[in-house]
Write a protein that binds this ligand. Structure first.
Ligand code: URA
Length: 261
């Protein structure tokens, strides 16, 4: 069905646009078809082979390129800059914002989530939507907050993916693999005492395993430090009965923090 703009009132047009953005169609395209295979008349001579070779090599191996970029970063600011400049992950093209981290980077607890959703993509900060608000309340219940200045009471929060996947789909294994070197470097530079793996995607990235409902509540090791897999707050919003187990996991984290130096 063709919709003619003149037929729409403002509220309907706005609702249609919001719906399209929610589906991931957030880029305007032209009305006239474009032949992208056509060679423009003023096409340039190809650059000499030696000049293009390194670019081709990096594009051939996105994980190698990510590893080199991440390893070269010696501070969190440099890492954020290097990751934001990484062009080999297609998710970057569809995202509004690069979402790196939030909270106190000195915190003993580092939370690793999955990927930005719509609200995070708009704000450029992780966990700011409904799931993020629940996450804040959950950790407040054990005395931890992302805004805390004291490292002992603070949280540092990031995601496996810094760019929102279209329609909030799960990141693909190849996309996770490209971001893993950045995540490993992120953990090494932030140097938390323990990690919380929020949901399946961080478990897949850090442990090579999925099945959060089986993994949750059991201490494991990720990036060389103690890690607790937990059910994602978005899951808890859909399944309030699972909050009881999440509370047990939070108490376990609180107890473990007492043992940390
Ligand atoms: N879910 C996540 O895993 N991360 C966010 O930043 C938001 C929602």
């Amino acid at each position: 069905m063709e919709i003619v703009a003149a037929d729409l009132d403002v509220a309907t047009a706005r609702a249609l646009l919001a719906w399209q953005i929610e589906l991931g169609a957030d880029e305007a395209i032209g009305e006239a078809p474009v032949n992208r295979y056509e060679v423009p008349a003023e096409v340039q001579e190809p650059a000499p082979a030696a000049a293009v070779a390194p670019v081709v090599a990096a594009a051939d191996d996105p994980v190698k390129a990510a590893t080199a970029a991440a390893q070269a970063a010696t501070s969190l600011a440099a890492l954020a800059e290097a990751q934001a400049a990484y062009d080999l992950c297609d998710l970057k093209k569809g995202a509004r914002n690069f979402v790196f981290a939030d909270g106190n980077a000195q915190a003993r607890v580092m939370i690793i989530g999955e990927a930005p959703g719509r609200d995070e993509d708009i704000e450029g900060r992780p966990f700011v939507g409904r799931a993020g608000q629940l996450l804040d309340r959950m950790f407040a219940a054990i005395g931890l907050a992302r805004g805390a200045a004291d490292a002992g009471a603070a949280l540092y929060i990031t995601n496996v993916m810094p760019w929102r996947p279209p329609s909030n789909r799960d990141p693909e294994p190849a996309e996770i693999a490209m971001m893993l070197p950045f995540l490993a470097r992120h953990v090494a530079l932030a140097n938390p005492g323990l990690i919380v793996l929020m949901g399946n995607v961080p478990c897949a990235a850090a442990l090579g395993r999925r099945g959060i409902l089986r993994l949750r509540g059991q201490w494991c090791e990720a990036f060389g430090r103690p890690a607790m897999p937990m059910a994602h707050p978005a899951y808890l919003l859909r399944n309030p009965a699972a909050k009881r187990e999440a509370w047990a996991d939070l108490l376990d984290i609180k107890a473990r923090l007492r043992e940390l130096p």
